[in-house]
Design a protein around this ligand. Structure first.
Ligand code: RB5
Length: 149
């Protein structure tokens, strides 16, 4: 599995901790975020991570800013991205099962390292359930993107 990860200047330490946590599990991580002390805007990291996901170079993306909200707003502007901002385990699981989310966002000012690891672990290990009603709803989301042009 390959994961793309990005952050802004509010989250370099948590990004490094999450990347190390994933690498310890043998997961390949592409880090496009900024390092501690650097300044970077969340839409820029969001775009880089999302392009890696929509191109198929990475399977899933993780985006961390102060709240996770800015990252999710930016990521969801990109066609083919279903980004979920989660700070609880249940939502991180259900957004894979029901929404087939391909990007997880959370905030370094919202969750600590332990919760971040739990969110990431459940997100990357939960498959989309492929139930008919969920597939129909995802088709409707795709149509919304198409209407947008
Ligand atoms: C940066 O200060 C902060 O606004 C950003 O990390 C994020 O929380 C935006 O949603």
């Amino acid at each position: 599995m390959k994961i793309a990860i990005g952050n802004d200047h509010a989250a370099p330490q948590l990004k490094l901790a999450v990347a190390a946590h994933l690498r310890e599990k043998g997961i390949e991580v592409t880090d496009v975020g900024c390092a501690p002390g650097e300044k970077c805007d969340y839409p820029d990291s969001a775009e880089k991570v999302c392009r890696l996901v929509t191109s198929g170079e990475c399977d899933l993306g993780i985006l961390i800013c102060g709240t996770g909200v800015g990252m999710s707003i930016a990521a969801n502007k990109i066609k083919g991205i279903r980004a979920a901002c989660c700070s609880d385990y249940f939502s991180a699981r259900l957004t894979r099962e029901h929404n087939d989310a391909n990007v997880l966002c959370f905030g370094a000012r919202v969750v600590g390292e332990g919760t971040a690891f739990d969110l990431v672990d459940v997100f990357i290990s939960t498959p989309f359930c492929r139930g008919e009603r969920h597939c129909q709803r995802l088709e409707k989301i795709k149509r919304l993107e198409e209407k947008q042009g």
